[in-house]
Design a protein around this ligand. Structure first.
Ligand SMILES: Cc1cc2nc3c(=O)[nH]c(=O)nc-3n(C[C@H](O)[C@H](O)[C@H](O)COP(=O)(O)OP(=O)(O)OC[C@H]3O[C@@H](n4cnc5c(N)ncnc54)[C@H](O)[C@@H]3O)c2cc1C
Length: 461
């Protein structure tokens, strides 16, 4: 969690400066870390006029897990595995448990979380609140598609068991509802059966945007997971040149002797730590250009069936602690958009503008989404592009405002879990079910107790 504490806070509650993973726009709140459900209920009941919000591991990039001048409830004290039914492949966990810790419990049983985002350091509650997606959305949908039930503590103090059939409205409003319907206490998840902790991976280079999109459209359905790393500094004829990475869980029979013994070994921990300062020049456009060139050239033209541990496949950056610090004190943001199939022109336009502006990004990825479920869930059937950009990039505000208009005009949207700067007037165009969501939210929280910086900035509630 990105916090810096103040001295002199009351016992059990501290005044802290909280930010998201991008470290932009920190704000001060009273942080409470309840160790029991009773303490959590008290923290909710005692919220002041600026309201209260749950916080997981602070991996949303912007201000979704902040509540300036109000109360923030950290969920780390409620992080037990409650019950696992290996026969049915179902687990019930406290919402404060991280996917990393859950994976360590599940893998030895031959089970895996069916939707695993680009870092394992997110909580189950955070995964529900953002209805996170992974590299398999085109095949398996998003996180909440695998949630059988969750317990929701509403701001009025009721504990409601929410399932897609018993409380369909509350389910659909909490999935992707960014913590604004109440606090998720626990969740029951349907799991994926795996024979090993390894992936069997194909890699191929694509020479430009049409090439990569063509390859994905043609063969993504053959793979459970698919993602293209895009060189976002490549321009003109090379615009969109990429390394396409696709794979699935490796069956045990593919592992040779050494690996067979550790077939279900859980992911390891951190191997490196980012320095607390930015090495001079690290994020200059020229440095990123060289990195991207080397990465692209080093990738195989076409490689089939490489075995790799799922940690490096799903969470390549988790082995570097605090890598978000390399962007320096002004931080960074991630811009993630989705446009529907048929609006490839808008995706191309967005990439042209980003590469034209020379936005230096090591991390730009393209994925394909299947249909949407939650009222405010980000995924819609289409193409999603995400890239990290330093917040200090000159002209960034105007560039992204222009992209918002392009994306909204193509019936697309940006991802609220990554957002720190969208204008409120864009929201209704991007999220056409906003009105339905507001109506359900108002029933769940008539007094407007659940609040966040994101909600205030975007007039969400
Ligand atoms: C390196 C990296 C890679 C990522 N890759 C992906 C990706 O591939 N796909 C994707 O979808 N996202 C991705 N994300 C974003 C991340 O998955 C989401 O922002 C997720 O919500 C973070 O979970 P968290 O536990 O850190 O929640 P926080 O960031 O602490 O909170 C996020 C939201 O969840 C709410 N919340 C948290 N806990 C609860 C609870 N118990 N009850 C109710 N509301 C709660 C908060 O109020 C807030 O609105 C990535 C983030 C990083 C840093």
């Amino acid at each position: 969690m990105s916090t810096s504490t103040d001295a002199g806070a009351a016992s059990g509650a501290r005044d802290v400066l909280l930010s998201g993973w991008g470290r932009t726009a920190p704000s001060r709140a009273e942080l409470v870390e309840p160790g029991s459900r009773e303490a959590l209920a008290e923290a909710l009941a005692g919220a002041g006029p600026r309201g209260v919000l749950a916080r997981g591991l602070g991996r949303s990039y912007g201000d979704a897990a902040q509540n300036a001048g109000g109360r923030v409830v950290a969920m780390g004290g409620l992080a037990e595995l409650r019950e696992i039914d290996t026969g049915r492949g179902v687990v019930t966990v406290d919402a404060g448990m991280s996917i990393h810790d859950l994976t360590r419990e599940l893998l030895p049983e031959g089970l895996f979380v069916p939707v695993s985002p680009g870092t394992a350091h997110v909580t189950v509650g955070g995964a529900i609140a953002a209805d996170v997606h992974a590299k398999n959305h085109h095949r398996d949908g998003s996180f909440c598609d695998h949630v059988l039930a969750f317990e929701l503590l509403t701001p009025s103090g009721d504990l409601v068991t929410v399932t897609p059939t018993d409380e369909p409205d509350l389910f659909a409003a909490t999935a992707g509802g960014m913590g604004l319907t109440g606090v998720v206490l626990s969740a029951t998840l349907r799991l994926l059966r795996v024979e090993s902790a390894y992936m069997v991976v194909d890699r191929e280079r694509a020479h430009d945007l049409d090439d990569v999109m063509g390859r994905m459209a043609e063969r993504d359905h053959e793979y459970r997971y698919s993602v293209a790393w895009i060189d976002c500094l490549a321009r003109r004829g090379s615009l969109g040149r990429s390394v396409l990475i696709r794979g699935d869980h490796a069956p045990a029979e593919l592992l040779r002797n050494g690996r067979r013994d550790s077939a279900l070994a859980p992911p390891g921990g951190v191997r490196l730590a980012a320095p607390p300062w930015t090495p001079p020049g690290l994020l200059r456009r020229s440095t990123v250009r060289v990195f991207n060139e080397v990465y692209y050239r080093a990738a195989p033209e076409h490689e089939v069936g490489r075995l790799e541990h799922l940690s490096s496949f799903f969470y390549p950056l988790d082995s570097v602690r605090n890598w978000n610090r390399i962007y320096g004190p002004s931080g960074f943001l991630q811009y993630q958009l989705v446009v529907p199939y048929g609006r490839e022109d808008a995706l191309r336009g967005a990439l042209e503008r980003l590469s034209g502006a020379g936005a230096p990004s090591f991390l730009a990825v393209l994925k394909r989404f299947g249909p949407q479920r939650g009222l405010m869930s980000f995924p819609i059937e289409g193409w999603t592009l995400a890239l990290d950009v330093p917040a200090a990039l000159p002209g960034l505000g105007a560039l992204l405002d222009g992209l918002d208009e392009l994306v909204a005009g193509a019936a697309g949207r940006v991802y609220l879990a990554k957002d720190s700067r969208l204008r409120p007037d864009m929201l209704a165009a991007m999220y056409p079910r906003l009105g339905e969501w507001r109506a359900v939210r108002e029933r769940a929280d008539p007094a407007g107790v659940m609040r966040s910086d994101l909600a205030r900035r975007l007039d969400l509630t």
